[in-house]
Write a protein that binds this ligand. Structure first.
Ligand code: HEM
Length: 396
C-alpha cells in the first residue's frame, strides 16, 4: 500500500476484513462517507461507493491480491493480469463484448425453462430436512454453466469445485496459495480438454463454441480464449450458490414476507433484489487508485487500496429508508451487490434469474418450508456473507 494521506487519521476506524461481524450497520459514520483502517481506505456510503466503482481511475485490486498470495509470475498470474477484470477502455470492451452476448437479460430469460428442469431433477422426491446448500444451492449454478458452455451435465460437480477453489482467494487466507494454484492448473487443463472435445464433436451455438469460433476467426488469441473461458468458469458458481442460500435463508425466516411471496409470485423478483441488498455475498469490492484522487476532501495517494464496503453502502440510510427492514416495495432498489460501472457483474441477470427460479420452485412445491436454525450457520466473515450450512425442512 502507498503512503497514507494527510487527514486519514481524522477518518473513522474501520476494519473491513475483520473476522468479527461488522459493528457498523451501514452508511457514513458520524457524517464521514470514508473510513480508514489497517487495510487502507474503506468507502462506507452508497453515493461514494457508486462514484468509486464507476471511476476508472480506480482499478481492480484482483491482481494485487494474487501477488499478496505470492503468485507474482507464471500462468495463473498471466491469466489474471490479462483477464477482463483487469482490462480497461477499448481492450476491456473487446474482452467483455463476446461474453456479454450470452449474459443479457433477454438471453438469460430463455434459461428459466432449463432452470425449472434442473430444479425438478435435483429436488424430485426430496422432503423433510435437507442440507439445502450442498444439495440444492451448490449444484444449480454449475449445471447452468454447463448448459451455457455446452459441457456435459456430468461436469457440473467439477465446475462447482473449481469455482469454489479458485475464488477462495477472496477469503484472503494466504495459506491457501498452493491449493489455489493447483485449482487454476486443473481449471486450465479442464478447459483445454473441453475445447478439444467440442472441436472434435462439432461446434454448436453455445458460449464456448462461440468463443472458439472467435479465436479461429482471429478475433481472440489462443491465450485470450483460455482467459475468457476461465474468467467465466471461476465466476459462474460459488458466489451464486452462496447468494441463493442467503436469499432462501432470508426469505424463509421472514414469515410475513414468505407468505406474501407464496400468495403473489409477481413479488419474487423484488424479494430477490431486497435479499441481495441486505445479505450481499461480496462484502467488499477492492480498488487501487491509479493516480492521486481527491475523494470528498481526502486525498487518496496513487497506489493506495480503497475497499468499497458493499454491506455498508447497501444499508446506507441516506439511500435506503429504514435500511434494516425487508421491504418488497422499494423504488429504484439498486443495491451494489453486483457492483456497478463498466466492470459491473456480467452475470448479474443470470444470477438473479437463478435465485428467482429457486424461490418460485420452493414457493410452489414446498410452500410450508422452514429453516432448521439448529443445523444452519450463516455468517458475515471478513465483510462477506456466507452460508456455512443451511438446513431446510421441506414441507408441502
Ligand atoms: C450472486 C452471484 C454473483 C455475484 C454476487 C457477483 C458479483 C460480482 C462482483 C461484485 C463483481 C466485481 C465487479 C467489479 O469489479 O466492479 C463481478 C464481476 C464479474 N462477474 Fe459476477 N457475480 C455473481 C455471479 C456471476 C455469474 C453467474 C457470472 C457468469 C456466469 C459472473 C461473471 C462475472 C464477470 C465475468 C465479472 C467481471 C466483469 C468485468 O470485469 O467486466 N458473475 N461479479
Amino acid at each position: 500500500m502507498g503512503a497514507i494521506s494527510r487527514g486519514s487519521d481524522a477518518l473513522p476506524a474501520v476494519e473491513p476484513f475483520s473476522a468479527e461481524p461488522q459493528p457498523h450497520m451501514g452508511g457514513a459514520i458520524e457524517g464521514k462517507p470514508l473510513g480508514f483502517g489497517s487495510a487502507g481506505y474503506v468507502v462506507l456510503s452508497y453515493a461514494l461507493a457508486a462514484r468509486v466503482l464507476r471511476d476508472s481511475r480506480f482499478r481492480n485490486a484482483a491482481l494485487d491480491l494474487m501477488e499478496q498470495f505470492g503468485i507474482t509470475a507464471g500462468p495463473v498470474h498471466e491469466f489474471r493480469a490479462r483477464s477482463v477484470l483487469m482490462a480497461e477502455g477499448p481492450q476491456h470492451m473487446r474482452l467483455r463484448a463476446p461474453l456479454a452476448r450470452f449474459m443479457g437479460p433477454n438471453t438469460v430469460e430463455t434459461i428459466r425453462d432449463v432452470l425449472r428442469d434442473i430444479l425438478g431433477d435435483i429436488m424430485h422426491g426430496m422432503s423433510g430436512q435437507v442440507p439445502f446448500h450442498t444439495a440444492v444451492a451448490d449444484p444449480i449454478p454449475a449445471r447452468i454453466y454447463c448448459h451455457l458452455a455446452g459441457a456435459p451435465t456430468s461436469d457440473a460437480p467439477k465446475v462447482a469445485s473449481l469455482s469454489a477453489r479458485t475464488l477462495s482467494l477472496l477469503s484472503r487466507d494466504r495459506s491457501l496459495a498452493p491449493m489455489i494454484l493447483a485449482a487454476y492448473d486443473e481449471l486450465f487443463d479442464y478447459l483445454r480438454n473441453l475445447f478439444a472435445r467440442k472441436k472434435a464433436d462439432g461446434l454448436g451455438s453455445d458460449m464456448l463454441s462461440f468463443l472458439i469460433k472467435e479465436q479461429e476467426a482471429g478475433k481472440l488469441s489462443p491465450e485470450e480464449l483460455l482467459n475468457e473461458a476461465t474468467a467465466m468458469l471461476e465466476a459462474s458458481s460459488v458466489n451464486t450458490s452462496h447468494q441463493i442460500g442467503l436469499t432462501v435463508w432470508a426469505l424463509l425466516r421472514n414469515r410475513d414476507i414468505w407468505s406474501r411471496i407464496r400468495n403473489d409470485a409477481s413479488l419474487i423478483p423484488a424479494a430477490v433484489v431486497e435479499a441481495t441488498r441486505l445479505f450481499p455475498r461480496p462484502g467488499i469490492v477492492s480498488r487501487i487508485a491509479t493516480e492521486s484522487i481527491d475523494l470528498d476532501g481526502t486525498v487518496i495517494p496513487q497506489g493506495t487500496d480503497v475497499h468499497v464496503a458493499i454491506w455498508s453502502a447497501n444499508r446506507d440510510p441516506e439511500r435506503f429508508e429504514r435500511p434494516g427492514e425487508f421491504d418488497l416495495h422499494r423504488e429504484r432498489n439498486q443495491p451494489l451487490t453486483f457492483s456497478t460501472g463498466a466492470h459491473g457483474c456480467l452475470g448479474q441477470s443470470l444470477a438473479r434469474v437463478e435465485m428467482e427460479e429457486v424461490v418460485r420452485y420452493l414457493a410452489t412445491h414446498y410452500p410450508n418450508s422452514v429453516v432448521v436454525d439448529d443445523a444452519t450457520e450463516v455468517a458475515q466473515v471478513g465483510g462477506r456473507w456466507l452460508v456455512k450450512s443451511l438446513a431446510v425442512d421441506l414441507r408441502k
